[in-house]
Design a protein. Sequence first.
Length: 222
Amino acid sequence: MKRQIKLLIADDHPLFLKGLREIIAEEPDWIVAAEAHDGQQAMDLIEQVRPDIAILDINMPHRDGLEVAEWVQENKLPVSIIILTMYDDELLFKRAAARGVRGYVLKESAIDDIVNAIESVAAGKTFASQKLTHSLLKKGPDHPDIHKFDLTRMERKIVRLIAEDHTTKSIAEKLYVSIKTVENHRSNICKKLNLSGNNALLRYVLENKEAILRSLIERNRE
């Protein structure tokens, strides 16, 4: 007999959240104890409900999935984290692992993978979608020149901090500005770089991390 597993699921897309809930409901010993639509709500509910496992979308309003995972790790809360993401990116995977994430599920294969992910994590193991292994063998694209986009000094600082693995919250604290100010700068950077999508800037910086850091350091020496 399987032990009962109490779950929290968090995603800002209601249809995806509904589908996830329906898959979990098919397992008699699993209970969806709480649902969240943004990262801050997920944090509040984790404190209130104390689930065994929290399944978090990596990209949510207010706090992203990695920020929630980092908060769980810092506060030593007894909850295992499974991250949901659209991106099969090696560096993103490493960032998740560094924050104690136990499961990494690609959204495109979530229907097939989520049950195995929950079972593995509940058993104290780790889990990653099989398709992730393909991306680990790929090389990133040619490195672009970050300076051709005419970023302001503050925007260059933010890009560098993203490349150095800082979250929006930690960037705000490091630069002594509000989270909203950092979000506005990130939006402006995306426009200049012609990036679209909620996680596009993070993906761009991670894919070109070494070149970006090198060029920004060289620029500061000029």
